[in-house]
Ligand binder design. Structure first.
Ligand code: HEC
Ligand code: HEC
Length: 260
């Protein structure tokens, strides 16, 4: 019941105050309080309530997977969250966030408002829609392609394991069978066949039964001149999809080339 839980909460607060001790409470400087008025709002309504502002800021933080001080200036000696300098625009992330907020409002108010929707309140874009708890909303394959191009395949492999360790099971990245296949095709079209093979083989370690990965591997091996390897991969795929005409055709074609 509501009243019960209110009383319980009040008792918990009393117990907490009691355990801290009246003496030490009196000796402490007053804790900074969340501001009730705001001095540098350029996009949010200037008369926004304290609750609404704090909820909005929480959505920003959760959406990007960051803390308040990712965007706000922290004071060296801050003892409480509210000692920090929330008014300052010094951090570039805060300035970017303002542009993002305007973009989001524009999407919701000017564009999404024009289409018929079964449940309008559920279909609003928010920070998390794009960001999925990352600061730069890139897919797994985009992130890894950027790493391959900047630092090479070994660095991208290390990055994959690091991201998997940190984010597996969250909605930040797609660790399904699809991402590494996508990465591998993208690398193959950039003529990075060896890198494409590395990531496809990694995918098969996680998804040994992935029919599409075996076919993609067969095609890559074929392209790199490893006809025997291609044949083995097509045959493995055929085990997963017995009697498949496309695979039988490919196997016949590759076998012809194997015969001297
Ligand atoms: C992704 C960046 C970002 C994060 C994270 C973030 N904020 Fe903000 N915050 C902003 C922006 C942008 C504004 C200004 C909005 C505007 O101009 O309308 C703002 C404004 C504020 C203000 C009003 C300051 C004033 O007087 O003008 C307070 C207070 C505040 N944020 C507190 C917080 C708290 C507390 C957190 C953590 C829970 C937080 N913010 C997390 C970007 C962020
Ligand atoms: C429509 C998609 C979309 C939405 C919605 C969105 N963002 Fe972004 N945001 C992006 C993209 C894309 C970038 C990356 C730009 C780049 O770095 O190339 C970005 C970058 C940022 C950055 C810079 C991060 C960094 O450190 O490099 C911040 C801060 C940010 N967004 C905050 C927000 C906040 C706060 C919201 C919600 C009010 C929001 N974004 C909503 C797409 C979006």
């Amino acid at each position: 019941m509501k009243i019960d839980s209110k009383i319980t909460r009040w008792l918990v607060v009393c117990a907490a105050v009691w355990s801290v001790g009246i003496g030490s409470l009196a000796a402490r400087p007053a804790q900074a309080q969340p501001p009730k008025e705001f001095h540098n709002l350029k996009v949010l309504p200037k008369d926004i309530s304290q609750d609404e502002l704090i909820d909005t800021m929480r959505d920003f933080s959760l959406g990007l997977g960051v803390r308040c001080l990712y965007c706000h200036v922290g004071k060296e000696d801050s003892k409480s969250l509210w000692d920090n300098d929330f008014v300052s625009d010094e951090k570039p992330a805060k300035q970017t966030a303002r542009v993002m907020l305007q973009m989001m409002q524009e999407i919701n108010r000017s564009h999404l408002a024009k289409i018929k929707k079964p449940a309008p309140e559920l279909l609003q874009v928010s920070c998390v829609t794009c960001h999925r708890r990352q600061t730069r909303p890139m897919s797994l394959s985009q992130t890894l392609i950027a790493t391959v191009e900047a630092d090479g395949s070994a660095a991208a492999l290390a990055r994959y394991h690091e991201l998997r360790e940190q984010h597996y099971g969250s909605d930040a990245y797609d660790f399904s069978d699809r991402s590494l296949r996508e990465l591998s095709s993208a690398l193959a079209t950039k003529d990075r066949l060896a890198d494409a093979l590395t990531f496809l083989r990694l995918n098969l370690q996680y998804f040994p039964e992935s029919l599409r990965s075996h076919v993609q591997l067969a095609e890559l091996l074929n392209e790199s001149g490893d006809t025997a390897g291609a044949l083995a991969s097509y045959e493995r795929a055929l085990e997963l999809k017995p009697g498949d005409d496309f695979l039988l055709g490919k196997i016949a074609e590759v076998k012809k080339r194997l015969v001297p």
